[in-house]
Design a protein around this ligand. Structure first.
Ligand SMILES: Cc1cc2nc3c(=O)[nH]c(=O)nc-3n(C[C@H](O)[C@H](O)[C@H](O)COP(=O)(O)OP(=O)(O)OC[C@H]3O[C@@H](n4cnc5c(N)ncnc54)[C@H](O)[C@@H]3O)c2cc1C
Length: 294
């Protein structure tokens, strides 16, 4: 099928893009097009205008400092994944981005577009939420910061307003003595996951666990984070605590049931991946500390 007719604009400044969004209530932003174009082609969306933001140079920036990484609206997944400073400041970015689709899609699709699209099956909305990041949304009315916890309203639904353009996403840096892990189970490499987990684990110099959080994608209707620190309250990282963490996660999640997998199956995948990913994040935290000492 072909898309319904639409007007097309390719502004070269942010101000011009915001003016177009303000004056065309049925306009949609076009970033990498990897989610929007299929929706148009299937006529699941039929905006009156597409505002292509790819010619706005300032939106392609990736910047960083000790507080975190700022990813501009047209920075491609592949650019963020390969960015050496972004990898160093927040290593979960490249770990999760490697799992997003195939290289061809990562070369075109944007990290911010994926977040605004708010697909609970996608990696980056969950990563933003797990890291307690935020996005900056601009309109002719001004700019506002939307914390990740307030961004995902429902399946494929974000709280970004129709006349707003998200200019950047901010991913806080990885804390000292913390490590990350991310893994998923998909039917084929590059497919959306049947279930995916990302985790941040922090530990003291003596190896005792100080905090554990895990984020789940392709499990619930929205990106979901579960605080797992309580099962490691003794500080010991044991198989028993890992098994308890997996059970706590499964009990806290409300998995979807669809043609790709039943809720029970997704719950079981979440258990298995929680054990695997929390262990990897703990090992990563120990390895990073060993590097600093060494
Ligand atoms: C075959 C295939 C497999 C895929 N597999 C995966 C996968 O495994 N994991 C995964 O995470 N993704 C996957 N994707 C999606 C891919 O990551 C997309 O790039 C991403 O979801 C959307 O980014 P985009 O830049 O292409 O956005 P677009 O398609 O251009 O836009 C998506 C939506 O967000 C809005 N939007 C985009 N940017 C902004 C902005 N700055 N401000 C306001 N609104 C905005 C658009 O209006 C639109 O509604 C896959 C895509 C394909 C085609």
């Amino acid at each position: 099928m072909k898309p319904a007719p639409f007007e097309f604009a390719r502004p070269t400044s942010l101000a011009a893009a915001l003016e177009l969004l303000a004056t065309h209530p049925d306009a949609k932003v076009l970033a990498g097009g990897q989610s929007l174009i299929p929706l148009l082609s299937m006529r699941l969306a039929s905006p009156g205008m597409l505002v292509d933001i790819n010619a706005i140079a300032e939106l392609s920036r990736i910047t960083w400092d000790s507080s975190g990484v700022r990813v501009g609206a047209v920075a491609r997944h592949a650019d963020v994944e390969a960015h050496p400073q972004a990898r160093r400041v927040q290593p979960l970015l490249s770990k999760a981005l490697r799992l997003v689709a195939h290289p061809a899609i990562r070369n075109r699709g944007t990290t911010v577009g994926s977040i605004v699209h708010a697909d609970a099956a996608a990696e980056m909305p969950t990563v933003l939420r797990l890291l307690e990041g935020h996005v900056t949304a601009a309109s002719t009315r001004g700019t506002r910061t939307i914390p990740a916890d307030e961004l995902f309203a429902g399946p494929l639904e974000s709280t970004v307003r129709k006349d707003e353009l998200v200019t950047e996403a901010f991913f806080p840096s990885l804390g000292e003595r913390c490590g990350v892990g991310c893994d998923e189970i998909a039917r084929r490499h590059g497919d959306y996951a049947l279930c995916g987990v990302a985790a941040v684990v922090c530990s003291a110099p003596d190896g005792r666990v100080t905090s554990v959080r895990a984020g789940y994608f392709s499990v619930c209707e929205v990106p979901t984070v579960v605080e797992l620190s309580e099962v490691f309250a003794s500080g010991e990282f044991t198989d028993r605590a890992l098994a308890d963490a997996a059970e706590l996660a499964a009990a806290s999640l409300d998995p979807v049931d669809d043609i790709h997998g039943s809720a029970d199956y997704r719950g079981q995948l979440a258990r298995v991946l929680t054990r695997r990913v929390v262990r990897a994040a703990y090992d990563d935290s120990r390895a990073r500390q060993a590097e600093v000492v060494g």
